[in-house]
Design a protein around this ligand. Structure first.
Ligand code: PHE
Ligand code: ZN
Length: 864
């Protein structure tokens, strides 16, 4: 189908197979910034060398600026030309010094790419293609250069001047200005460039590396936030020690700085020696941050720090290889977080977010392989597939190799590719070389999109000693990939005896590699119950014919905590699917299993809290041929109420057994709070008369945001009279704290109420709502988009609202707009009425004059 588009230029598709090495290299780069919010001058001095024997001119990428001057070897030239936004400079020799000068306006940069203003400070964001908005440069990750940076700026407004690498010198100038110079000794691609100029306070620390290098650490924030930086600083030190211990990776510069800014398109950025963070992943204290926020901060601090090796020392050859750094680094940060608390709970959380974000992506119109073959706008490929499925690929290789060989393989990779721009293939080849494993078929995971489905069934003849496990796999078609080949699926399997409730076998790692396979287990003397994909060893969907009784059995007796959780989830899912389809379901098995889990004295609170939570509306929808949001909601509410009512005594007990104590962020206390708040949620489902008062009292008395927000959520989902009072108190208390106000918007956008679409539309006109701040935009629009029932209100009000907002946001910040589009693209999953309404909004977006390439790509692909 040909889509009518409204772009100034037809979309250009970039293909992986078109990769060519750069025609010119840039071993040295000197940048001189005359910083000013309205007009910043950038003077770039590039030493360029011809790469190979060719007659190509030098091509420098630019975006939004024009050259004020171009010189070659010190002489102004005028035979340069612009091709599109590329500056093309003919050069005759093998080596030249090329200088350009441009002027840019940080305070008009609403895209938050390149050099921009945030909260009165200046900062940069260059990944993936933001550097070209600062100066002319071969803005591609395989051109590595050594950078020297000089900044001059008004000293009163911008007392702090930071850039990558090490500080060299500073000085004062006339007119209240000052300067600073920084050098980064490590060659890096332009996307890792960063500078910050601002009025910032610092929380300093030190870390001594295992070879004795003392590193000066600094977390830079506005002065008022300084007290909220200890957790991030602590997490940074833990990360540095962890990477030495677990991967043998040591930090390599004398300073490591982190700057927090309020306006940021993503979570954070791993610029060499100068990470720039969305403030939501730095700032925390008990009063303003939840346990979940604390976890997120530690994970993102670790993630960006780990990029120093997996991303910076070894970068990506081209953006198709993005998962080389992102998948591996997510895997590394998951391992770090697992080591800080309960590894089982961390695995459950990671799988839950994989299923919430990546599985639907892989089942929809934006599905793409972990190593894509084509893109229009690279910003659209910072996806759950590249990040989270990418991490699962690394995890599977680690499982196949085993810990020792995996570590040998990562050592080999870091050693061999240090200082280079590498490919996913390079990584896999190291995995093979260090272990002797043959990963030829495994490589399909990088090229084939879609979530594999595995069907599993087990046969056993009563009285016999042999069990037969039949496995079959199917990889569904995805856009551009109608047929698939079987992949290698590492499945951890164990059999349990239905009568004795003991293991009948050891855990076995099965590498399913054919379309169908049959496996035989001997010595199986009683009816076996199948525990499969233990630890979620493969990112697949398992379809098995296990009965409710067998799932309940596993939820009580499996020795793998993830498998226990999974059995409970499957039992709940089966029940909810039946409820959604038939309008009613038998809840007894779920209620008994939840009771059993609550009663088990050997389980820790954090695990119990995860295990007894119902799957989300959206995940239930993913199991159905067509999503019926109202039927799913009714089924889920009915089950929630039944669990609440029938186990009310246990919920009261669980609630009281974890009394509020002064806030400490630790795995144990976090787990207790979590279980207590899950209990509150189930109590609220009972409609017991005192629950609103209980929630309001918790809201009022809490000394921490975890308990306060949980109570607020409970109240906001209901309609007790305390509801509005809590919202108003929360607003008044945090009116000047942007990160907490985001929670105020988000809680209302996620509310499970009939009026949520109307409330959200009203909130978009609230004085504190702004599309210019990505966190705020996401807190309302992004949260609403994942509220399945509210967003899919049958009259299409939710769709219209989202499209209106995205069209407006696209004018300011295309990247953030495009990120929020996917809920509209799920139209194939809904009834004809909803699908038509969703398509109409997508068509309206695509036909909007002046649309960005970002939003165009997402919306047009969603229509196909
Ligand atoms: N590379 C960053 C990370 O993984 C993400 C990012 C991408 C940030 C693009 C900004 C822009 O953490
Ligand atoms: Zn990353």
């Amino acid at each position: 189908m040909d889509i009518q588009h409204s772009l100034a230029q037809p979309p250009v598709v970039i293909l992986r197979e078109d990769y060519r090495p750069p025609a010119w290299l840039v071993p040295e780069t000197r940048l001189v910034f005359d910083l000013d919010a309205h007009a910043t001058r950038v003077h770039a001095i590039l030493s360029v060398t011809r790469n190979g024997d060719h007659g190509e001119p030098l091509r420098l990428d630019g975006a939004g600026q024009t050259p004020l001057s171009v010189t070659v070897d010190g002489i102004a030239i005028d035979d340069w030309r612009l091709e599109g936004e590329q500056l093309v400079i003919p050069l005759s020799g093998g080596q030249h010094r090329v200088e350009t000068e441009v002027e840019i306006a940080p305070d008009r940069n609403t895209q938050l790419m390149g050099l921009y203003a945030s909260g009165g400070n200046l900062c940069t964001q260059c990944e993936a293609e933001g550097f070209r908005r600062i100066t002319y440069f071969p803005d591609r990750p395989d051109v590595l250069s050594r950078y020297a940076v000089r900044m001059t700026a008004d000293k009163a407004r911008y007392p702090v001047l930071l850039a990558n690498g090490d500080p060299i010198a500073t000085g004062d100038l006339d007119g209240g200005r000052h300067w600073a110079e920084w050098n980064d000794p490590f060659p890096k691609p332009s996307y890792l460039f960063a500078l910050v100029a601002g009025d910032l306070a610092v929380n300093r620390g030190t870390f001594t590396t295992r070879s004795g290098r003392e590193v000066a650490l600094g977390i830079w924030v506005r002065a008022a936030d300084l007290a909220k930086t200890d957790h991030a600083l602590h997490a940074l030190k833990l990360s540095m020690a962890w990477d030495e211990r677990v991967y043998g990776r040591e930090y390599d510069l004398d300073v490591f700085n982190i700057v927090a800014v309020d306006d940021f398109n993503f979570g954070a950025m791993e610029n060499k020696g100068l990470n720039i963070f969305n403030s939501r992943y730095i700032l925390a204290d008990a009063d303003t941050a939840t346990d979940h926020d604390y976890d997120g901060i530690a994970a993102v601090v670790a993630h960006e720090y780990f990029h120093n090796w997996s991303g910076n020392r070894i970068t990506c050859r081209d953006w198709f290889q993005l998962s080389l750094k992102e998948g591996f680094t997510v895997y590394r940060d998951q391992g770090f977080s697992a080591d800080q608390g309960s590894a089982a709970v961390k695995r459950i959380e990671d799988v839950r977010s994989l299923r919430a974000a990546q599985f639907p992506e892989d089942a929809g119109p934006l599905s793409h392989p972990v190593r894509p073959d084509a893109y229009q706008e690279i910003s659209n490929f910072y996806t759950a597939t590249i990040y989270n499925k990418g991490a699962e690929l690394i995890r599977m290789m680690a499982t196949i190799l085993g810990p020792a060989a995996f570590r040998a393989a990562t050592d080999l990779y870091f050693d061999r590719f240090d200082g280079t721009a590498a490919t996913c293939e390079d990584f896999v080849a190291c995995m093979e070389e260090a272990s002797g494993a043959d990963l030829s078929q495994f490589r399909l995971w990088y090229g084939q999109a879609g979530t594999p489905r595995v069907s599993a069934s087990i046969d056993h003849v009563a009285g016999g000693g042999r069990a037969t496990l039949r496995l079959a796999q199917r990889v569904p078609p995805t856009p551009g990939q109608p047929t698939k080949r079987p992949m290698v699926l590492p499945l951890k399997v164990r059999l349990f005896g239905a009568e004795t409730a003991t293991p009948l076998t050891d855990e076995r790692l099965i590498l399913l590699s054919d379309a169908d396979e049959t496996l035989v287990f001997e010595g199986v003397t009683e009816r076996p119950v199948l525990s499969i994909n233990r630890g979620f060893s493969a990112p697949v969907i398992v379809e098995s014919d296990r009965s409710a009784a067998d799932l309940a059995f596993l939820s009580a007796h499996d020795d793998d905590p993830f498998a226990r959780y999974e059995a409970m989830q499957q039992l709940m899912l089966d029940t909810l699917v039946a409820g959604a389809i038939e309008g009613r379901a038998d809840h007894d098995a779920v209620i008994a299993a939840v009771a059993h889990t609550l009663d088990d004295p050997d389980l820790d609170a954090a695990f119990v809290a995860e295990a007894v939570l119902l799957p989300s509306d959206a995940f239930v929808g993913d199991q159905l041929a067509l999503v019926d949001p109202d039927a799913i909601f009714r089924a889920r509410e009915a089950l929630r109420r039944d669990i609440g009512v029938q186990l009310q005594d246990r919920w009261r007990l669980a609630y009281d057994r974890a009394p509020a104590v002064p806030y400490v962020y630790s795995p144990t206390e976090k787990g207790k709070r979590r279980l207590r708040n899950v209990a509150l949620g189930y109590l609220a489902a009972t409609d017991a008369a005192d629950v609103a008062a209980l929630a309001f009292e918790q809201f009022r008395a809490a000394d921490n945001m975890t308990d306060r927000q949980a109570a607020l959520t409970t109240l906001v989902n209901g309609d007790a009279e305390e509801r509005q009072a809590a919202l108003d108190l929360f607003y008044a208390r945090y009116a000047d704290n942007a990160l907490v106000l985001d929670k105020w918007f988000q809680t209302q956008a996620l509310a499970t109420r009939d009026d949520t679409a109307a409330v959200v539309t009203r909130l978009a006109a609230h004085a504190d709502f702004s599309l210019a701040n990505p966190n705020r935009a996401r807190s309302l629009i992004g949260a609403f988009g994942v509220n399945q029932r509210a967003f899919h209100q049958a009259d299409g009000a939710g769709y219209r609202f989202l499209a209106d907002q995205l069209i407006a946001l696209d004018q300011l910040n295309p990247q953030t707009a495009a990120k929020l589009l996917p809920p509209l693209g799920r139209w194939r999953r809904f009834d004809q009425g909803r699908a038509a309404l969703m398509r109409a909004e997508l068509e309206r977006i695509v036909a909007t004059p002046g649309l960005s390439r970002d939003l165009f790509e997402q919306a047009s692909k969603s229509l196909e």
